[in-house]
Design a protein around this ligand. Structure first.
Ligand code: ACO
Length: 424
């Protein structure tokens, strides 16, 4: 029997039945597409906390359990057994790759690391001290002008090529953005190196091409990329989908997603977490800052805590905490910052304010400590998130493109302005 729900309008007694859509996992969803037509009303849901904006088979989150699955596989298993390019293949194609398909994808991505020389010139136009996120979002928008003629966004073979191209080029743009903002000469990608190793190379290489990159560091960063690869309909992905729904070029949609990610409430939190831990400065100051975070009259928030969907430990944070502990002794983990972070976590997790509101550490709480140990400067933390998330954005772009029920993103509003009036 098909499930449904009946809404009754107390103003006129009219009842209307609405179908319930059953997901493969998670909460049922009421299909209210005919609500306005049937009942003449809209729903009010600022921030879309109770609204499914699309159907998707890429990523599943159980916020209550603290579970995250990519195409059905738990994030912990992927972090343990797969590299970032396996995860990219999985997210884009639905299955983990066989050796042949992995090699083909890897070769293609390597061949696409390079940017058009014209695009490289763009970096000269940015201020020396530009934040890498500003440079990144602008350059990715500009990338659409370099890849327009040759790629038909309505042809599946061509837009898949476009997907791999953007995954390949984002690390180069991010590394150029960093080097430009630090007055360093731009380093061409090394097309023989694996994705993550090449990124570290572009970040670190001296003009003579020398760079020390330890495998432990490479694997840690690779795991960070995998953990960020997709996260269903978060703010930046919803932005990508909203722009995509108008038929815009996918790179323009991704540039908009990068803009959305930059904010402190979203991907920008990883940079803010480290700044905040540095500001706390000492384990003995932690309680004072927790008090500030709890004060309703103070806008201070504990960065790296809380999540719209997770009402339990963010599983990605668990993987990162374990990774941080494993890295101790192998790379230079800032012990002072780690101790402050552990104390913040300890106090917050036993405090009524945080318990009642289900505020747990999220992915950004630990990523900064590890990235600092990998000699990644703070202003590159959010660009690192961008590199990892690009595959998720482009896979969601493709999913939307194929979705026959997709429509232009065009929500309604609760108008609270003046009623009709006249000048005279
Ligand atoms: N510190 C202190 N209080 C908090 C925090 C926090 N980090 N997060 C939420 N709260 C409180 C709010 O003040 C509110 O309290 P109230 O009910 O007394 O008014 C309650 O918890 C609910 O908070 P909302 O802002 O309504 O929750 P929402 O789901 O809209 O926001 C968000 C989620 C934006 C992540 C929020 O928890 C936050 O700002 N966290 C800090 C920033 C952060 O770490 N962002 C990264 C998120 S993960 C990611 O995007 C990769």
């Amino acid at each position: 029997m098909k499930k449904s729900i009946t809404f009754t309008d107390n103003r006129n007694g009219k009842s209307v039945e609405f179908p319930i859509l059953e997901p493969s996992l998670g909460a049922d969803v009421v299909d209210i597409r005919t609500l306005y037509k049937e009942m003449g009303i809209f729903t009010y849901d600022p921030g879309f906390s109770a609204t499914a904006s699309c159907s998707s088979d890429i990523t599943f989150i159980d916020g209550g359990k603290g579970e995250l699955l990519y195409r059905g596989y738990p994030i912990e298993e992927l972090a343990e057994n797969s590299n970032y390019l396996d995860v990219c293949y999985l997210i884009l194609n639905g299955e983990l790759p066989q050796k042949n398909s992995y090699d083909k994808m890897n070769d293609y991505i390597k061949s696409e690391y390079l940017l058009h020389e014209g695009l490289k010139n763009l970096f000269n136009a940015f201020q020396d001290n530009a934040h890498p996120m500003a440079t990144l979002t602008s350059t990715v928008a500009a990338l659409s002008s370099f890849h327009f003629e040759h790629l038909d966004i309505d042809n599946e073979a061509e837009y898949r090529e476009m997907a791999y191209k953007i995954v390949a080029k984002i690390p180069t743009i991010a590394a150029y953005s960093y080097r430009h903002s630090h007055g360093l000469p731009l380093i061409y990608p090394d097309m023989d190196r694996y994705f993550t190793k090449n990124f570290l190379y572009m970040m670190r290489a001296k003009p003579n091409g020398k760079a020390n990159i330890d495998d432990v560091e490479m694997r840690a960063l690779d795991t960070i990329f995998s953990l960020h690869a997709d996260h269903e309909q978060n703010a930046s992905t919803s932005t990508v989908r909203a722009v995509a729904s108008t038929g815009a070029h996918p790179y323009a949609a991704i540039s908009a997603g990068i803009g959305a990610l930059w904010g402190r409430a979203h991907g920008g939190a990883n940079e803010s977490v480290i700044s905040q831990l540095e500001m706390i400065g000492d384990v003995k100051n932690v309680e004072k800052f927790i008090k500030k975070a709890k004060d309703p009259n103070d806008s201070f928030r504990l960065m790296g805590f809380g999540h719209r969907v997770y009402k339990n430990f963010d599983p990605r944070a668990k993987v990162l905490k374990k990774l941080r502990d494993e890295l101790k002794g192998k790379v230079e983990i800032d012990d002072k910052i780690s101790k402050i972070a552990d104390r913040v976590e300890e106090i917050a997790l036993s405090d009524d304010y945080f318990i009642k509101r289900n505020l747990y550490p999220n992915i950004d709480f630990y990523s900064g400590t590890i990235l600092t140990a990998l000699q990644i400067p703070k202003d590159m933390f959010t660009p690192i998130f961008v590199i990892g998330r690009t595959i998720g954005w482009i896979a969601q772009w493709i999913e939307l493109k194929k979705d026959r029920e997709a429509k232009i993103a065009r929500p309604r509003q609760l108008y609270t302005g003046k009623k009709r009036r006249h000048i005279k």
